[in-house]
Design a protein around this ligand. Sequence first.
Ligand code: NAI
Ligand code: MG
Length: 355
Amino acid sequence: RDTKTVRLAVIPGDGIGPEVVAATVPTLRAALEADGHRLDVTELDWGGERFLREGAAMPANAADLVKHSDAVLFGAVGRPDVPEHELIWGLIIGLRQQLDLAVNIRPVRAFPGVPTKVRDTDGVDLVIVRENTEGEYVGAGGVAHAGSGHDLGIEVAVHSRRAIERAAHQAFALAGRRSGRLCLVTKSNAMRYGYPLWDRVVREIGAQYPEVELETVLVDAMAARMIQAPRSLDVLLTSNLFGDILSDLAAVLAGGMGMAPSANVPPGADVPGIYEPVHGSAPDIAGKGVANPVACLLSGALLLDDLGHTGAAGRIREAVGDALRDARNHTADLGGNATTADVSAAVLHALEGRR
Ligand code: NAI
Ligand code: MG
């Protein structure tokens, strides 16, 4: 067997970040070692504590420090005693931008046995491909008449052909590997410039992927369809803002935020991707050891997939599924009373059984 070493940079971060990351790394290691590979971890102490100590959540050359890794596993940031933007922009959004991670992949899968607030989610298995750099998140705008009592806040949404093309290629390629169906989500009836550009560019790119069938749906209709007919969906392609909102909605179909993984991926393979649970640092439950580690575990599986360790990734997903079939392995967010460590141990045990 070919021995390969996966060089992983790990940023546990704040709150439940370190708890879910600690529950994930041993699983990644076990899955890789079962295939004769090694996991080499570099832990980075970036986040809120570093900000309080040194005035910055991460070093200025952060991107250079992780560039030599194969991938980055990130927990979450955010703590009540640090201004939000110092950690959100000062770390996770900043790092995504420095590495130019153009696309965010957010799979949502309903595991058998996991209770959900939405009825009849059996078999739901979809992926949201979210443009990761532009739209309302580009940071263009300003204020006017500040303090006059007639204040203006201007937030400019920016949509470029380049960004749309990069996201579209990822989405078509993914749809081609899955069902062959891609759903573009825009709002071109009310928006006159940005979303019509999305429609045009995505249709154009689609000509290069004749095996993929493209459907275009307005975002409001998609919100309803996601609840009413989620099994009719496979791969969704959408803008930064719509992707943010729809992915939280979709996560409910799988049992909530504790179940939602994500991957921030570059358009090429030249820099490492960042793999992270969609959820934040959850200060309300941090330090209690009760966070659901599944979102982080599934982010780890995405990471292994992208590095070509698809067998190991698949076994992690199956082990998570095995563990979740038993309600004794459900954390409080799923209505159970398992601890983070219980779930982690159950997944490791199931993984052993799948060697
Ligand atoms: P959050 O995702 O941290 O928590 C929302 C709710 O979901 C809370 O009730 C929390 O207990 C629950 N929850 C989240 N993850 C869970 C898990 N794994 N297991 C069980 N329950 C879970 O979002 P919130 O409360 O809006 O933000 C808290 C902090 O996290 C803020 O400082 C925010 O800026 C930050 N944040 C960071 C993100 C990141 O690092 N990528 C993403 C989102 C928020
Ligand atoms: Mg969000």
